[in-house]
Design a protein around this ligand. Sequence first.
Ligand SMILES: *Cc1c(COP(=O)(O)O)cnc(C)c1O
Length: 425
Amino acid sequence: MNSNLTLFERAKRVIPGGVNSPVRAFKAVGGTPRFIAHAKGAYLWDAENNRYTDYIGSWGPMILGHGHPSVVEAVVKAVETGLSFGAPTEREIELAEEILKHVPSMQMVRLVSSGTEAAMSAIRLARGATGRKKLIKFEGCYHGHADALLVKAGSGLATFGNPTSAGVPPEVAQHTIVLEYNNIPQLEEAFTLHGKELACLMIEPIAGNMNFIRASAPFAKRCRELCTEYGALLVFDEVMTGFRVALGGAQSVMGVVPDITVLGKVIGGGMPLAAFGGSVDVMSHLAPLGAVYQAGTLSGNPVATACGLATLKIISEPNFYAHLSQQTRRLTQGLKNAANQAGIPFQTDSEGGMFGFFMLDELPQNYAKVMTTDSPRFNRFFHGMLEKGHYFAPALYEAGFVSSAHTNADVDSTVTAAAEVFATL
Ligand SMILES: *Cc1c(COP(=O)(O)O)cnc(C)c1O
């Protein structure tokens, strides 16, 4: 049998850092990443046949757990009838109809293959539709790795954003304004300075890439009002929250209506599929109807759409989210009790099947606060749990996920393990 370590050494010779997406490398927490051999329900097994209760769920998509029989059946059936055609199919219409039925702010949707692609295309669409260049994003929100989005704040609101990655020209970053999440005065100031040049404001309405932070109700409302007032488009990046926190996404929980919604993760059920959509008016700017170009060889892929459709069918059954939320809260409440008993500061929040926890005295409202966490302590917690067979995200700034395959017994055994680990921190 190959060990995780030998696989990691072999991978590093042929794949940069041994991984195809950086967070998988365990760089933040140290140690050897687990190479996954197979998965079923709430569990993953690594190359050494160790079993883990999975609280990552492929970073969100696996809302039904792994290998749900109806999903597997739909995928196998789709594979047998053709992997890709490069021509339209009825299944794409069905998936589009299913998405629009649950997210009423969208009247039309375009399917793509990754969240990065969807967010990047949404920005091009917003720029094309408004004829403007600038965009606002928030520190700690992640919208994929397109050039215009790998940007951090400049030294002040009147200055340009700076690239966070080598290879992004400052000329591209200069149109991106980066603000602090949940900071209303700063938001208002940015609109006063740049509102008339803004194509869009892009935000994760519940941020899942700085652990788990909700946009406060007044902040979200102000985002909507200012976009309307200045003629900028409000873009909700619901790649993580869409069909994860509720059937209608975070927008249905918050009661705020965006102009463009970006989806991914759950809508593909584990296959490469993402989407962006909005009103007929906005979406009509897209080629072939309009002048904003966007395309994809594998967009709306027949196997991916079959997987997404099968997943959406099950999660739209009555009480699915009520049950999922209950399991998530059983976990977060259990962890909180265990931490408190060990005298460890602990705060937690969740919505539907998405959760966050912080070894802090209060729930943080922005990225800077999240990063005040005692990270060596988080890393000891992470490795302690992994040793005991419970797989949480390998970084303190990532959200966690519970699936409908997680039973009470799964959650309770995780809480028991956590109590033991907290006692050693
Ligand atoms: C995961 C994620 C993305 C990027 O999606 P990929 O499919 O990884 O390209 C974009 N936005 C948010 C909010 C995400 O969580």
